[in-house]
Design a protein around this ligand. Structure first.
Ligand SMILES: *[C@@H]1O[C@H](CO)[C@@H](O)[C@H](O)[C@H]1NC(C)=O
Ligand SMILES: *[C@@H]1O[C@H](CO)[C@@H](O)[C@H](O)[C@H]1NC(C)=O
Ligand SMILES: *[C@@H]1O[C@H](CO)[C@@H](O)[C@H](O)[C@H]1NC(C)=O
Ligand SMILES: *[C@@H]1O[C@H](CO)[C@@H](O)[C@H](O)[C@H]1NC(C)=O
Ligand SMILES: *[C@@H]1O[C@H](CO)[C@@H](O)[C@H](O)[C@H]1NC(C)=O
Length: 376
């Protein structure tokens, strides 16, 4: 059909096309690999690069890597079990620039409020600082309060969180994802942090960033009712015979936790304990095969507390209230119940309301105790 001349021409052209596509293919693979390397470099870029890029913020990033400091702390608090890599030895903390825990003169009257928060809840942390989580000593009480916020890792807000750390020096970032299944890990890590960085704070109050707290009632309770030396355990609102859910949002498999019933446990949003109990909880979790279940409160105040053999006590004459199953808002509860320690806002079930309601309710709480913003 074709003359030998055309056959040769077609052969030569196909060779050229083949060679061209071969080289462009190779080139594309190389470009792809380069971009992969670039991406992974960006992803693994050390905190130093970060600091160089944003040098004006002056971040403290030393705890992101294994510095001698944290290694020493780990040896002191976790002991030699560290070599077996318990979950605890994997928790890392990114602290604000200056030390967070400022001991007052009498550490036995020092209470830290450990608030588990989410990176994105900047507005809630800000109103808490100005209301129930205010740092310092309140008039007529000899207890010094310091509030510390714990957030997980969330790339989308990390830079803003670092700014906040530099500004307020009260936010600790932990290398734990900001997802519901990791709340128990976050809670355990925050307890470990207090052992590392604030071990002498005698009283620890655990709270969430979505509650409203009558700080004066809490101080009254600590000053007049609580006796940690005689009753060194977990203080909260304990519930009994709660069944282990196997197939819903709160599901825990038999592999994770075999029994059908949880040990008595209290709400994760508010319980009170001593630094000594905190160390005992940490010791109980410090084993290579220790199983953390994802139900934060059942795990820490039930299973781990039981494992550590720590007694539990109910808050005497203190109440709590939810607002998410009823239409009664927190302000009504605070106005009408004299012994209401805390109220859970709708944020607790993920309904973002207006954090400014915290100010209104704080006014109510102040008035209840004959105080004002200027007279705290
Ligand atoms: C940043 O930190 C360095 C070293 O600690 C210090 O010398 C410098 O004054 C700090 N800069 C600011 C803006 O705080
Ligand atoms: C570490 O693990 C080994 C083997 O499981 C065990 O024999 C040893 O007691 C563990 N050490 C500590 C300190 O837990
Ligand atoms: C707990 O705090 C008290 C008071 O500051 C301190 O004397 C004690 O050593 C602390 N205990 C532990 C285990 O850290
Ligand atoms: C929990 O269950 C046990 C065994 O069924 C029972 O003896 C106990 O009274 C229950 N406790 C409460 C507070 O209901
Ligand atoms: C506040 O003041 C009123 C009137 O002086 C008094 O009846 C009330 O007991 C006071 N409340 C508190 C908590 O001190």
């Amino acid at each position: 059909m074709f003359s030998p001349f055309y056959t040769h021409l077609i052969l030569i052209v196909s060779c050229v096309v083949f060679i061209f596509s071969y080289f462009s293919y190779i080139k594309r693979i190389q470009t792809y690999q380069q971009s992969l390397q670039l991406t992974s470099k960006l992803l693994t870029s050390t905190s130093n690069d970060f600091q160089n890029q944003f040098s004006s913020i002056n971040l403290t990033t030393k705890s992101i890597t294994d510095t001698t400091d944290e290694k020493l702390l780990r040896e002191k608090i976790l002991g030699s079990s560290d070599i077996n890599h318990s979950m605890l030895s994997r928790f890392k903390f990114i602290n604000p620039p200056k030390p967070v825990c400022n001991y007052p003169k009498y550490t036995q009257q020092f209470m830290i409020i450990v608030v588990l928060s989410r990176g994105i809840n900047f507005d809630y942390r800000q109103v808490i600082r100005a209301t129930w989580g205010r740092n310092g000593k309140y008039k007529n009480y000899n207890i010094f309060i310091q509030t510390i916020f714990f957030v997980g890792t969330d790339d989308t807000v990390q830079l803003a969180v670092r700014n906040e750390q530099a500004m307020f020096n009260d936010v600790v970032e932990m290398n734990i994802p900001e997802n519901y299944p990791f709340v128990a890990h976050k809670e355990l890590a925050s307890l470990l942090w207090t052992r590392y960085y604030c071990p002498l704070a005698r009283i620890i109050f655990r709270a969430d960033d979505d509650i409203l707290l009558d700080t004066f009632l809490l101080l009254n309770y600590i000053q007049h009712t609580l006796n940690l030396d005689a009753k060194d355990g977990l203080h909260g609102w304990f519930r009994f015979n709660n069944t282990v859910h196997r197939a819903d949002k709160w599901a825990v498999t038999k592999l994770e936790y075999q029994p059908k019933i949880y040990p008595p446990y209290t709400f994760g949003i508010s319980y009170l304990f001593s630094n000594v109990s905190c160390q005992r909880l940490i010791n109980a979790a410090n084993h290579p095969n220790h199983q953390i279940i994802r139900i934060g409160d059942a795990y820490i105040t039930g299973i781990l507390r039981d494992l550590a053999n720590i007694p539990f006590y109910d808050f005497e004459n203190l109440q709590y209230a939810y607002t998410f199953y009823t239409e009664i808002p927190c302000d009504n509860y605070f106005e009408t119940k004299s012994d209401l320690l805390l109220c859970m806002s709708k944020l607790h079930i993920g309904q973002r309301g207006d954090p400014y309601e915290f100010y209104d309710i704080w006014e109510i709480i102040l008035a209840k105790h004959n105080r004002s913003m200027l007279n705290i």
